[in-house]
Design a protein around this ligand. Structure first.
Ligand SMILES: C[S@@+](CC[C@H](N)C(=O)[O-])C[C@H]1O[C@@H](n2cnc3c(N)ncnc32)[C@H](O)[C@@H]1O
Length: 244
């Protein structure tokens, strides 16, 4: 049964627990609190014909959460299935397809096997919810943020690793913080929630107040790379995996 982390007790409804029970065995980095945020936002937009775009699907952990949370919607999963030790290439695509089949959502997920940056300019199809978790460098994030132009006013953008990756956060600091399109709503760990609406000063200030936590997470990642686990524990991180 899915359990929230002790420091962040959230009430998890039974229907979400059923969804997370299907997604939990799938490899990936999405935590239970983050899955719950995705689930709530997908639920909120679900209606016949609704479309959710996910950039970066890996083995389908988040794809399955989105598809099960929004049974009347279509999820478009954009992922080139990049090769390498981290993401696994075509073997990952096979796992993605098998995981979707096991979750019985194959018929509601459309795979776009391509880089988000290669598809963005010609994209015309509107959608109701955007989840960004693809390549985490500054330039790709800068481009991925432009997918939000296809959202309706008030639509949500969820961005993974928004406060645990240098590239993602720099992209947000450069384009979102001084921008007029996206207002910061909140976060589940490092999964940030923005809304397509003009931000107020208070919204910008709330975003800025998360930055010390981002600095702490980057410092922890450095300590983990240096195998300085006791120092990471002193900073409150009791895991050998990165903070998400
Ligand atoms: C962190 S994983 C996604 C995890 C997934 N959202 C989950 O929760 O399980 C990042 C994924 O982004 C994909 N990726 C890398 N570059 C990309 C790009 N330019 N466009 C879209 N996806 C990309 C990788 O192949 C990888 O599967």
């Amino acid at each position: 049964m899915a359990k929230p982390a002790a420091q962040n007790q959230v009430h998890l409804p039974a229907d979400f627990e059923q969804v997370f029970a299907v997604a939990e065995p799938i490899g990936g980095w999405l935590t239970v609190e983050q899955a719950f945020l995705l689930y709530r936002q997908a639920r909120a937009v679900d209606r016949p014909g609704a479309v959710i775009v996910e950039i970066g699907s890996h083995q389908g952990r988040s794809t399955v959460v989105l598809a099960l949370a929004a049974p009347d919607s279509t999820v478009i999963a954009v992922d080139p299935f990049v090769d390498g030790a981290m993401f696994g290439g075509l073997g990952t695509k096979e796992k993605f397809e098998a995981n979707l089949q096991r979750a019985k959502v194959t018929d509601r997920v459309e795979l776009v096997q391509a880089k988000s940056t290669d598809r963005r300019q010609a994209w015309e199809r509107p959608f109701e919810l955007l989840y960004i978790d693809g390549k985490h460098d500054y330039w790709t994030v800068t481009d991925d943020l432009k997918w939000a132009t296809h959202l309706p006013e008030g639509g949500s953008v969820l961005i993974h690793d928004a406060f645990s990756s240098i590239g993602v956060t720099l992209g947000l600091l450069r384009w979102v913080l001084p921008g007029t399109q996206l207002r910061y709503v909140g976060r589940a760990g490092s999964l940030a929630h923005f809304e397509k609406r003009r931000p107020s000063l208070a919204d910008r200030a709330r975003f800025i107040r998360q930055l010390p936590w981002w600095v702490r997470n980057v410092a922890i990642k450095v300590l983990l790379r240096l195998r300085l686990y006791p120092l990471a524990r002193l900073a409150g991180h009791h895991d050998k995996a990165d903070p998400y």
